[in-house]
Design a protein around this ligand. Structure first.
Ligand code: NAD
Length: 328
């Protein structure tokens, strides 16, 4: 059997760089494309192209081989501070939509058919996520649409764009809605980090008995999925005959207060939580895994604490290295 060729768009990012490594382990030849190299480790890609996918000419250059599979993870995104403040709405919508439009056009010209698209749970309607104890995120609850962010609206548009190329041009499209993916080698500081990484950093930086800050009352709920499980879901979806959209997330819902407490337990530190105003997102969100179980016969099973412990140790190491560098 000949070696399969894959292109990972956004391969310099968190999920993309892990995906490149996973595909390499499976024996693929991988080209990765991004605006930047991975921040925390060397890329494992066979070929890494630095390119701006908002440029259609660059897209055509990058998609110049008969790739068996394209994984599209490039997007202008970040944590709540970036996505929910409203200040980056135009960039988020414009940049990510352009990337998706260009990639599909370049694929169409090269007659490449199989593509994975990473959507997000942020596309679910806000009104189904007001009750922190009972959020609704079954895949069929997406419409009538009412995401709480422009990031979510762009994801919804692009989901439909990929599925339209499937309907009209015979593409083989796979769409997953990721729910809060976390793990080592992810953004942990600087404003684009998500809640698990932010609390790991705050706890690692704090002295035992000290204080950490949290946006809001901490009663909003979420579920978080460890990176390895996310990739297992992506690969299983790619190998299946199901197109989605399908949730890839964990059903272990916790409040943000519980998340912070869990990190403190892992670190062996007792800290006081100071609640401050900040951008929050919806009140409750959890993955609904009925469809993935039905279609793929699989769902993620790792307890949150297991992945969080691995992530905490990695961020603790980053904090130590940063302190050491500052002392020089
Ligand atoms: P990330 O920000 O680490 O990765 C995205 C990558 O896209 C970055 O490396 C960025 O440089 C690259 N990129 C942005 N604009 C580009 C451009 N114009 N040209 C080329 N590359 C460009 O994010 P991630 O957490 O790895 O997320 C990957 C995908 O999964 C994104 O589409 C995101 O919306 C989606 N998603 C992630 C989560 C999560 O919890 N991490 C949840 C839901 C959906």
């Amino acid at each position: 059997m000949s070696t399969k060729r894959a292109l990972v768009c956004g391969g310099g990012g968190f999920i993309g760089s892990h995906l490149v490594t996973r595909l390499k382990k499976e024996g693929y030849w991988v080209r990765s494309v991004d605006l930047k190299y991975p921040e925390f480790s060397e890329t494992t890609a066979d070929d890494f192209v630095i390119a701006d996918l908002r440029d259609p000419v660059m897209c055509r250059h990058v998609i110049d081989l008969p790739f068996d599979e394209i994984y599209q993870l490039a997007a202008d995104m970040g944590g709540a501070g970036y996505v929910f403040s409203g200040e980056n709405d135009a960039d988020i919508m414009h940049n990510s939509a352009l990337i998706n439009l260009n990639i599909l056009e370049a694929m169409h010209r090269r007659n490449i058919k199989k593509v994975f698209y990473s959507s997000s749970a942020c596309m679910y309607p806000e009104h189904n996520q007001m009750d922190p104890d009972n959020p609704k995120t079954s895949e069929d609850s997406a419409y009538p649409a009412d995401p709480d962010s422009e990031y979510g609206w762009e994801k919804l548009f692009s989901e439909r764009l990929y599925l339209a190329f499937q309907r009209n041009y015979g593409f083989n499209v796979k769409v997953a809605r990721f729910h809060n993916i976390f793990g080592p080698d992810g953004t942990w500081t600087g404003g684009k980090e998500k809640a698990p990484a932010a609390f790991c950093r705050k706890v690692a930086e704090a002295e035992d008995g000290g204080e950490i800050e949290m946006w809001g009352d901490g009663k909003q709920t979420r579920s978080f999925l460890y990176i390895d499980e996310c990739l297992e879901g992506v690969r299983r979806l790619m190998e299946s005959d199901f197109s989605g959209p399908v949730n890839i997330g964990s059903e272990e819902m916790v409040s943000i207060n519980q998340l912070a407490e869990m990190v403190m337990e892992i670190a062996g530190k007792k800290l006081t939580i100071k609640h401050i105003p900040g951008p929050l997102g919806v009140r409750g969100r959890n993955s609904d895994n009925r469809l993935i179980k039905e279609k793929l016969g699989w769902e993620p099973t790792w307890p949150l604490k297991k992945g969080l412990a691995i992530t905490y140790r990695w961020i603790e190491e980053q904090v130590k290295m940063q302190k050491k560098n500052q002392n020089y």
